[in-house]
Design a protein around this ligand. Structure first.
Ligand SMILES: O=C(CO)[C@H](O)[C@H](O)COP(=O)(O)O
Length: 252
C-alpha cells in the first residue's frame, strides 16, 4: 500500500490499497465487505468529483449528506460556498468553516448533493425522513443537477414502504390527515417534531405509490400542505449507489 501522510485514518481502516491520483484517493476495500456507514462515506467521496471548481454547492440533509459535508470540507478552498437545505446542515457546514449562503442571493447552483429514503431506477424518490423535505425541494428546484447519494438499501422497485412525509401548516393537520386517508393512506403525526419552517409532519403509511408524479401533485393540491416528500416531478439526475462492489453511477 502506498500510504500518504495526509490520508485520513478512516480511509486507511477500510481500504485495502490506496493510491493518490490528482489529489484524490482511489481505493479498493478490505475483503470487499463494507458497512452501511462505509457505503455512505464511499458515495460521499464519489460525489466530490461532481463538484465544479469555484461553484456554490447545494447541500442536503441527513447522515449520508453529513459524510458529503465532511468530504466537502477537504476541498473547501476550491468552492465559493454552500446553500444548506436545513439548519442542521448549515450548522455542520459552518463548523467546517464553509460559508453558508442565502439561496435568494444565488443565481446559479450547478449541483445539489443529497441522500434519500427510497429511490427507484427512474430516480424518483421519497425524502424527508429527517423532516427537511421542503427546503430540500426548494434547493433541488434551483439546482441544475441533483446528485443523489445512497447505499444500496435505499434502492426499491416501488416507492412507499418508507412512510411518505408531508409537511403541513399546523392548523390544517387534521383536515389534511382526513384528505390523505380518502386517498388511501394512513397518516400519523410525527409527535414532538417541528420543521425548520415552523410546521408539522404527517408520515403517511401504506400508500400505494404506483404513479409518483401524479400522487406528488395530488397531495400538494390539498389546502394546508406545504409540500410532500415525493421527488418525482423533479427527481434526481444522477444516482451514486454504493454496494460491496463499489459505487455505481446511474443516470436516467
Ligand atoms: O430527506 C432527507 C432528510 O429530510 C434525507 O436525505 C433522508 O432522510 C436520508 O437520510 P440518511 O442519509 O440519514 O439515510
Amino acid at each position: 500500500m502506498r500510504e500518504n501522510s495526509k490520508c485520513p485514518a478512516s480511509l486507511l481502516k477500510l481500504a485495502d490499497s490506496i493510491i493518490l491520483i490528482n489529489n484524490r484517493y482511489s481505493f479498493t476495500h478490505k475483503n470487499n465487505i463494507m458497512t452501511q456507514d462505509e457505503q455512505k462515506r464511499a458515495v460521499a467521496q464519489a460525489a466530490i468529483q461532481h463538484v465544479p471548481f469555484d461553484c456554490i454547492v447545494g447541500v442536503g440533509t441527513g447522515s449520508t449528506a453529513n459524510y458529503f459535508i465532511d468530504e466537502l470540507a477537504r476541498i473547501k478552498h476550491k468552492i465559493r460556498g454552500a446553500v444548506a437545505s436545513s439548519e442542521a446542515t448549515a450548522h455542520r457546514l459552518r463548523s467546517h468553516d464553509i460559508e453558508v449562503m442565502d439561496l435568494n442571493g444565488v443565481d446559479e447552483l450547478p449541483v445539489y448533493v443529497d441522500g434519500t429514503d427510497e429511490i427507484t431506477e427512474y430516480l424518483h424518490m421519497i425524502k424527508g425522513g429527517g423532516g427537511a423535505l421542503t427546503r430540500e425541494k426548494i434547493v433541488a428546484a434551483v439546482a441544475k443537477k441533483f446528485i443523489c447519494i445512497a447505499d444500496k438499501s435505499k434502492l426499491v422497485n416501488i416507492l412507499g414502504k418508507f412512510p411518505l412525509p408531508v409537511e403541513v401548516i399546523p392548523m390544517a393537520r387534521s383536515y389534511v390527515a382526513r384528505e390523505i386517508t380518502r386517498l388511501g393512506g394512513q397518516p400519523s403525526l410525527r409527535h414532538g417534531f417541528i420543521t425548520d419552517n415552523g410546521n408539522m409532519i404527517l408520515d403517511v403509511h401504506n400508500m400505494q405509490i404506483l404513479n409518483p408524479v401524479e400522487l406528488e401533485a395530488t397531495i400538494n393540491q390539498i389546502t394546508g400542505v406545504v409540500t410532500n416528500g415525493l421527488f418525482a416531478k423533479r427527481g434526481a439526475d444522477v444516482l451514486l449507489l454504493s454496494s460491496d462492489d463499489g459505487v455505481r453511477t446511474i443516470v436516467v
